[in-house]
Design a binder for this molecule. Structure first.
Ligand SMILES: [Zn+2]
Ligand SMILES: [Zn+2]
Length: 306
């Protein structure tokens, strides 16, 4: 005769009498609490013995505590200035090497004009090769201090940098866009293979805290979702680093698609990426998004090349 073994019942059966398993779980919980107390105490002792280090050059940043209180004093301002945000993570020398993107800029791609000839016009590249996106803006120049921070963040897994770097971007976002004109924030996706290797999508980490960080700028965040799954990287591509403009465009052909089930018809999107180098990645993404019905795509990156 065939007997059917009910495995759900077998596993649900307690191995010990109720009072034994109860005592065991209390003991386990107590051990867990003790362990976390020890770990916390250990971290506090290490923090005292080892002074905080500059995230870019690694020198001691004993000034950090003083800068924190300076930041508090400035709380009445509309928001923390980029210098104050960075001083918590970098030594004064490295803060000086971070160059903010400042006007006059190209109206479209946000390139800084070398001559101070004023705004209201396009750079040579934008005149010759119009982009798919509406306009692009960046927080800083991808050089020296900011380039080091981006590398540490992306390749050394210093994900704690996402918050200060994201704050720099948020300041630029609030400066250049009216939040009512954005329906969705779209971080540039990584292919699942790269995501597995790195463990995180840097563009998503930079933007995911904006809804809460916007309080620091006294600006309520309207209900704008940050959607890391809207776009999908369908093809694994070789790293864009070291490739020329034309090679980058070829490398990215058919690499992105709007995820199935995502309706973006008539939406105004803000595409987010870490670095704007030749603009090939954000342009390819913009093309795909517009083709799928988006009304407009603008771009915000943490850094851009000169
Ligand atoms: Zn430094
Ligand atoms: Zn331009």
């Amino acid at each position: 005769m065939l007997t059917i073994c009910d495995t759900s019942k077998a596993t649900a059966e307690p191995l010990l009498p109720a009072h034994h398993s109860g005592r065991r779980s209390i003991r386990k919980r107590a051990a867990r609490i003790l362990r976390s107390i020890w770990l916390g105490a250990g971290r506090a002792v290490l923090g005292t013995l080892l002074p905080p280090r500059c995230q870019a050059c690694g020198c001691s940043t004993a000034h950090r505590a003083r800068e924190k209180s300076a930041g508090k004093k400035a709380a009445g301002c509309p928001g923390p200035d980029p210098g104050t945000v960075l001083k918590r993570y970098l030594c004064p020398t490295c803060v000086q090497t971070v160059v903010a993107v400042q006007p006059p800029l190209c109206d479209c791609c946000g390139k800084m004009f070398i001559s101070r000839e004023g705004t209201g016009h396009l750079c040579g590249h934008c005149v010759k090769h119009p982009w798919s996106f509406g306009r692009a803006r960046s927080a800083g120049i991808f050089d020296q201090g900011l380039a080091t921070l981006v590398h540490r963040f992306k390749y050394s897994g210093r994900t704690g940098l996402a918050k200060p770097l994201g704050m720099l971007m948020l300041a630029v976002l609030l400066d250049n866009w009216n939040l009512d004109e954005i329906d969705r924030v779209v971080p540039v996706p990584l292919h699942r293979k790269r995501l597995r290797e790195r463990g995180f999508n840097q563009s998503f980490l930079l933007s995911k805290a904006w809804p809460s960080l916007s309080k620091a700028y006294h600006t309520p965040w309207p209900d704008i979702p940050v959607d890391p799954c809207l776009l999908n990287r369908t093809r694994h591509t070789v790293s864009q680093t070291g490739l020329g403009r034309r090679e980058r465009v070829v490398n990215l052909k058919n690499a992105f698609a709007v995820s199935p089930g995502k309706d973006i018809v008539n939406l105004r999107l803000l595409l987010v990426d870490d670095v704007f180098t030749t603009g090939a990645t954000v342009n390819e993404c913009s093309k795909i998004l517009l083709k799928a019905g988006a009304q407009r795509v603008d771009v915000l990156t943490l850094a851009r090349t000169k």
